[in-house]
Design a protein around this ligand. Structure first.
Ligand code: CP3
Length: 342
C-alpha cells in the first residue's frame, strides 16, 4: 500500500501526518459525480452498477487527494436485501413502500438470506475498486448500524422525530429486538464479505443514535454493536454514533479500533475514556466549510491541536453538506496535510 496512513492511525502505529477523509465525500459536492449520476436513470441504477460505483469512489481520491476511498453505495441496500424495497426520491430522500410496524410485518423480511448473492453488486464494486486503486489508498467499506437501519425499516422514510421507531421500543420491545437481531446477523455477514472482497477498514454509521436515551442505547443498540465489533477482528472497524454523547463511556468499551466523533462531542473527555487504546475520528463541524478560507484554516488547526494524540483520523463531524464549495474542501484537506506532527 503506497499510502497506508489511515490503517496506521487506526492501529495506533507511528505516522508523520494525520490521515484525512470526508464522510460522504463521493457524490454531492463534485460536478464529476453529478455528470456520472445524470448518465443513469436514478440513484439506485448507479448503486447497482459496479463500474460506475468504482468510478465515483475514485473521484474524491483523484480530485480532492483524500487519504482513503469509501465505496460508493448506501446503507439502505441492507433493508432492500432483507425484503424491503426502497426508492430514492429526488430532493427528498429514501422512501419505502412497505414498513415494519407490527410483529405480522416481520413476514415481509428475512434475516436468513444469501448476502453474497443479494448484495453481489456491492461486493463486485469493492473488488473492482480495490483492483483499480492499486494500493494508492485504503478502501473503506461500510454499513448502517442496526438501530439506524431499524429506523428506516419502521419509518419508511426520513423523519425529524423517528417517533414510530421509538414507539416500538415501548409498545413492542420483543419485536424491536427480533428485528434488530436479524439486521445484525445480515450486517455481520455483509461486513465480512466486504472485507473478503477488499475492504481495508469498515465503518458502521449509527446516524440516528442521538435520538435515544443512554438507557435505551444500552438496551437496543450496544448489544448489537458489541456483536458486530466482536465479529470483525481482522481489519479495523469504526463506530460512528452521531449524537450519542451520553453513551460515549459505553461506546468506549466496544471492541473497535476507532470511535467517530461528531462536532458536539467532547474531544478531551472522550480521549480520557479511551486512553490510547482507540483512535478517534472527526470532528470539524461541516458548517465550518461555509466560512472564509482563512477561518477554515484556523478552525481546522484548532481542531487538530485539540486531539492531542497521534491516534487521530481527521474527518468532519458528519457528512459533508451538498452545497459546500469545492475550494473550501481543498483548504480543509490541505491544512491537515500540511500540519506536521511533532
Ligand atoms: O462518499 C460516500 O460516503 C458515498 C457513499 C454513501 C452514500 N450514503 C451515498 C449517497 C454513504 C457512506 C452513505 C451513507 C448513508 N446513507 C447514511 C449514513 C451517513 C449519514 O449521513 O448519516 C444514511 C443515513 C443514508 C441514507 C440516505 N441516502 C439518505 C437519507 C439519502 C438522501 C439524502 C442525502 O443524504 O443526500 C441518501 C442518498 C444518497 N446516498 C446520496 C448519495 C451520494 C445522494 C443521492 C443522489 O446522488 O441522488
Amino acid at each position: 500500500m503506497k499510502n497506508d496512513l489511515l490503517i496506521r492511525a487506526a492501529k495506533g502505529e507511528s505516522i508523520d501526518r494525520y490521515p484525512v477523509w470526508i464522510m460522504r465525500q463521493a457524490g454531492r459536492i463534485l460536478p464529476e459525480y453529478r455528470a456520472v449520476r445524470s448518465s443513469v436513470k436514478d440513484f439506485k441504477a448507479l448503486v447497482k452498477n459496479p463500474e460506475l460505483c468504482c468510478e465515483v469512489t475514485l473521484q474524491p481520491v483523484d480530485i480532492l487527494g483524500v487519504d482513503a476511498a469509501i465505496i460508493f453505495s448506501d446503507i439502505l441496500v441492507v433493508p432492500e436485501a432483507m425484503g424491503l424495497d426502497y426508492e430514492m426520491i429526488e430532493q427528498k430522500g429514501p422512501w419505502f413502500e412497505k414498513t415494519i410496524r407490527t410483529s405480522d410485518d416481520l413476514s415481509l423480511i428475512s434475516g436468513n438470506i444469501d448476502v453474497s448473492d443479494r448484495l453481489s453488486y456491492v461486493l463486485e464494486a469493492i473488488s473492482l475498486t480495490k483492483k483499480t486503486l492499486d494500493g494508492r489508498v485504503p478502501l473503506i467499506g461500510f454499513a448502517g448500524a442496526p438501530w439506524t437501519i431499524f429506523c428506516y425499516m419502521v419509518e419508511g422514510k426520513g423523519s425529524k422525530t423517528f417517533s414510530e421507531s421509538r414507539k416500538i421500543l415501548y409498545q413492542n420491545p420483543i419485536l424491536a429486538h427480533n428485528l434488530l437481531s436479524q439486521i445484525t446477523d445480515v450486517t455481520i455477514e455483509y461486513l465480512k464479505l466486504q472485507m473478503k472482497h477488499g475492504a481495508d477498514l469498515v465503518q458502521v454509521f449509527d446516524s440516528w443514535a442521538g435520538i435515544l436515551s443512554r438507557a435505551q442505547y444500552q438496551e437496543f443498540c450496544l448489544p448489537y454493536l458489541t456483536k458486530i465489533c466482536n465479529a470483525i477482528t481482522e481489519i479495523p472497524i469504526t463506530i460512528f454514533a452521531k449524537g450519542a454523547s451520553a453513551s460515549l463511556s459505553d461506546l468506549a468499551k466496544l471492541n473497535c479500533n476507532i470511535l467517530g466523533l461528531d462536532w458536539n462531542m467532547d474531544i478531551n473527555s472522550t480521549r480520557e475514556l479511551v486512553n490510547e487504546t482507540k483512535t478517534l475520528q472527526g470532528n470539524l463541524d461541516p458548517c465550518v466549510l461555509y466560512g472564509t478560507q482563512q477561518n477554515i484554516e484556523l478552525e481546522t488547526k484548532k481542531m487538530l491541536s485539540s486531539f492531542k494524540s497521534k491516534r487521530h483520523i481527521v474527518n468532519l463531524g458528519h457528512g459533508i453538506y451538498p452545497d459546500t464549495d469545492f475550494e473550501k474542501v481543498k483548504t480543509f484537506i490541505n491544512t491537515v496535510k500540511n500540519h506536521e506532527i511533532n
